[in-house]
Design a binder for this molecule. Sequence first.
Ligand SMILES: Nc1ncnc2c1ncn2[C@@H]1O[C@H](COP(=O)(O)OP(=O)(O)OP(=O)(O)O)[C@@H](O)[C@H]1O
Length: 266
Amino acid sequence: MTSATAATVRPDGDQDVPRVVLSARGLRRDFAGFVAVNNVDLDVHHGKIHALIGPNGAGKTTIFNLLTKFLQPTSGRIELLGTDISRTSPAKVARMGLVRSFQISAIFPHLSVLDNVRVALQRPSGLGFQFWRSLSVLDELTPRARELLGIVGLDDAANRLAGDLSYGRKRVLEIATTLALDPKVLLLDEPMAGMGHEDVGTISQIIRSLARDRAVLMVEHNLTVVADLCDWITVMQRGQVLAAGDYATVSQDERVRIAYMGTEHE
Ligand SMILES: Nc1ncnc2c1ncn2[C@@H]1O[C@H](COP(=O)(O)OP(=O)(O)OP(=O)(O)O)[C@@H](O)[C@H]1O
């Protein structure tokens, strides 16, 4: 299989068929003559977890930057929830429901876990930080903040300083702050990076539960996680889609084995 489009664009209206919520066609980005992303087609479905994998320099981060509009495409078209966002600003795209989870740097270590989520809830778009308007406004946000902490299993840590959490739980808190923006499509950039075995299990469970009512697109290097968690995998190489399909399909693709997986995951 050569592209995600072959198997994933299907008519809406069929209950059994997943809905495409984010799509790219012919996506391309040049950097001073170097083509970092070349003619990429991608479909991300509601209720599904989609992995973007590939060796270093394959173009995964550039695709994330293009989809979230932090970079403008040189050419190609991106649609979010049926609307052309090819020229839309990052802030508007975030407000429309395409939200990228940043790394732990997005957390305020000297605020409590609960306050981190309350601050996130009062952000208009996830891009700027609007600090404390008034205590009463923040109080109104407390129930929703506690709800989000419950969803990710951090309710017991609500009053702890964020900076005192373990690495894994900081990452979970970061995901909770992302959920504050009520994403329809959640982009996760290497959510398992630096995690121990136990944290990988916890975060996998959280991602699975989040994907029940939204789409998840994630860059992930841990192929065991990809095999276990992801419904659809797009394999990138040198800026292009090398293969796409479920894990069984792409892991048996000879080109993928040669380019990326080796023989370890046969
Ligand atoms: N701003 C830029 N200017 C010039 N070249 C860039 C720029 N951003 C990315 N590139 C190049 O584009 C290619 C794709 O980079 P990208 O970071 O998207 O790959 P990646 O798949 O995310 O890699 P990794 O797994 O190492 O993060 C690389 O060759 C990189 O050097």
